[in-house]
Design a protein around this ligand. Sequence first.
Ligand code: ATP
Length: 332
Amino acid sequence: MGIIRVEQLCKSFEYYEKELGFKHSLKNLLRRKMMVKEAVRGISFEIEQGEMVGFLGPNGSGKTTTLKMLSGILYPTSGAAQVFDYVPWERKKDFKMQFSIVMGQKSQLWWDLPANESLYLNKCIYELEDKAYTTALAELTELLDVKDLLNIQVRRLSLGERMKMELIASLIHRPKVIFLDEPTIGLDLISQKRIREFLKYYNQQTKSTIILTSHYMADIEDLCKRTIIINQGNIVYDGDLRRVNELFNAKKIIKLQFTDEVPRQALAGFGEVLEHDGMNAVLEIDKQDLQRYSKLMLDRFPILDFNIEDIPVEQGIESLYQRDGVRHESLA
Ligand SMILES: Nc1ncnc2c1ncn2[C@@H]1O[C@H](COP(=O)(O)OP(=O)(O)OP(=O)(O)O)[C@@H](O)[C@H]1O
């Protein structure tokens, strides 16, 4: 039986529409229009102990909302979930001692204090014995190579160093289930790689169960065999990441910069022109045509710069489910 079990979980947010302007403000005082956003629409999945699962989806697809429900931060509108044998939103103390959530966009550290102080606070919150705390701290700071930074004010650390401290703060009580919501956001490529190496090692050593959301495909590719893709609050794929890769990699993005103006029509035959302003263009082309078309374009156009990139995750998912008309069932 899975360590995380989710059954038909839904979350809708109710909010009031706010229109701009004085007249509308007065109108809103008398009669407000209630809006409902269905952020998560009946998702179900199970995750086994020790699995590291990638949770992918475009902006606003419901990833953070799901992780917040699994952490007990949000109550669901309907449906069920269990982490270990606990219902997360009952917020039992034993549950809180065994899981952790890391949000790349939010800090749990005190900015004006050295990380050491925030970590000590967590020791007290989690009621850790001195020995357990010093052992975990020594191990984590060694692995993340931040021993010498513990006494520096958090606000003076680089983004990458701060994220390492955030991870230490979240793992100091050795949680068995970890939710990582964009832990590498905004980091440079080297820092992203270091965090990934750490997570891989940590997952293997501790057999912890991890759900990871990221907008960087490299994070998911490197760490997760299994990926769950969510789009508009529905799970549209749950399975082997390689299958998704095949679909994503069928197309590539070419970014072109010209020395002289090139009309849009001249580019149209090579693929879909996503952006164009005469001196710059972005094209999406089939991978099978990449070599032939790249050569043709280099011969034909006054090219100053030429870059080939993978399709960004968000765009790949959207094109899979909208433009290309791939049906959810055929993927899943
Ligand atoms: N408190 C709230 N009130 C109203 N709508 C909300 C609230 N929180 C989230 N939403 C909406 O629910 C949807 C899902 O949001 P969520 O943060 O889960 O998306 P996400 O997949 O994590 O996106 P991102 O990748 O941009 O972080 C979005 O449309 C968002 O605007």
